[in-house]
Design a binder for this molecule. Structure first.
Ligand code: ADP
Ligand code: MG
Length: 390
């Protein structure tokens, strides 16, 4: 089959029919109509075989997942999905594989009103890039940068199930259906993202692990704290996330997370009962739940929202000014994990990093002094393997 026949057969009409697609697959560009009062939210994610997924994964699940991770980004901004493009690199033409992949993509796209409007098809090691395009009323997107001290830190769904499934698969163990579905067919929380517009002060989707992604909220919010307009209003003209001359400097932010309050599935609870490994819910990737911050007086709205959306929404901690808690003001993005007994838990890793800092080279000679100074680097090092990247 030629490249063009392959595109026509499998990808010409995937997803929803939309009136705002002036021209879809088949020309040099798609033509799309953006309403004048909306902003276009755009995000792209690449999934590489052996890095982001096991090469023998069910192609239907893969078709679902490669779109789901992009839709999760739209959810995290409070955007409504509209269009997608798909860049596919395939080692060979396998009609059965392509049909299943396209069916998985199509089902999720239709469920959320997304039209596939274009893409690119090449030969090479299996890799999939999906760009998603969503719409959000101008000025209403929920950014990472609006968190304030005393805000509640909340998460949707349950944490760590995908990490649990991946650990089992890599160990060649039997994996229960629920965690496996969470890894292979994640649910983008689009209705929740929309419902949180005007309510959440900051939001991110949890793709790299809660601690890493909450860390991004703290960093971005620290930069904008003290600058007017950082709080879910329209962007201050001329500010793109950096500091404005004359504005107050970054206000360090931290967070306290109560481990006893983490929302955990029965599978994860059973696992943790055997091995109290908090890294699974806190630092394993691929959950695609939303982490958001909420002013403390909005806590009452959570329960009603959770019921309406049929999705667990759990307050798990709060944002701290960087000078609160222990180790006062040490870093701008400190997350304290509080155990039920009041002690703190230090994570061994905070998430996956595709480009970790190179190890020191060569290894330094042992310090001959009888009183070596304490290690100057308390920051946990990411552990890229064994495993897959989110
Ligand atoms: P060009 O060479 O002009 O970039 P291509 O030959 O790559 O165009 O693609 C032809 C048409 O098919 C374009 O409209 C493109 O967007 C679409 N297309 C190519 N690959 C895919 C794909 N995997 N999924 C959806 N549309 C695709
Ligand atoms: Mg062209």
């Amino acid at each position: 089959m030629s490249e063009f026949a392959l595109i026509r057969t499998h990808f010409a009409r995937l997803g929803a029919e939309r009136g705002d697609v002036v021209l879809g697959v088949g020309d040099d560009c798609a033509l799309l109509r953006v309403p004048p009062d909306q902003e276009l939210a755009v995000s792209i994610d690449t999934l590489v075989a052996g890095v982001h997924f096991l090469a023998d994964v069910d192609p239907r699940a893969l078709g679902h997942k490669c779109l789901a991770v992009g839709l999760s980004d739209l959810a995290a901004m409070g955007a409504t999905p509209a269009w997608a493009t798909l860049a596919l690199t395939l080692p060979a033409e396998d009609p059965a594989w392509l049909g299943a992949f396209a069916a998985g993509f199509d089902a999720l796209a239709r469920a959320h009103g997304v039209a596939l409007v274009g893409g690119d098809t090449t030969r090479g090691p299996l890799s999939i890039a999906v760009q998603v395009h969503g719409l959000v009323p101008a000025g209403q997107a929920i950014r990472r940068s609006g968190a304030r001290p005393r805000d509640l830190v909340c998460v949707s769904g349950t944490l760590g199930d995908a990490g649990l499934a991946l650990r089992g698969l890599l160990a060649g163990e039997a994996v229960a259906d629920f965690p496996r579905a969470r890894l292979e067919r994640p649910t983008p929380r689009l209705a929740l993202g929309l419902a949180l517009r005007g309510l959440a002060t900051a939001m991110i989707d949890i793709s790299d692990g809660l601690l890493a992604d909450l860390g991004h909220i703290l960093e971005e919010s620290a930069v904008r704290a003290g600058t007017p307009g950082g709080y879910h209003g329209p962007a201050t003209p001329g500010i793109t996330g950096g500091l404005r001359a004359g504005a107050p400097g970054p206000q360090p932010l931290g967070a306290e997370i109560r481990l006893a309050d983490l929302p955990l599935s029965p599978s994860l609870r059973a696992h943790l009962a055997g091995t109290p490994d908090w890294a699974l819910p806190l630092a394993s990737g691929d959950d695609y739940e939303l982490c958001f911050t909420l002013p403390p007086d909005q806590v009452a709205s959570l329960a009603a929202l959770s019921e309406r959306l049929d999705c667990p929404l759990t307050p798990i901690g709060r944002i701290l000014a960087g000078t609160e808690g222990e180790g006062e003001g040490e870093t701008a993005t400190r997350v304290i994990c509080r155990c039920p007994d009041g002690s703190t838990w230090t994570p061994p890793r905070t998430g996956f990093n595709h480009f970790p800092d190179p190890a020191p080279d060569p290894a330094p000679a042992p310090d001959p002094s009888p009183n070596p100074s304490p290690s100057p680097s308390p920051e946990p090092k990411p552990e890229p393997g064994p495993g897959l990247a989110p």
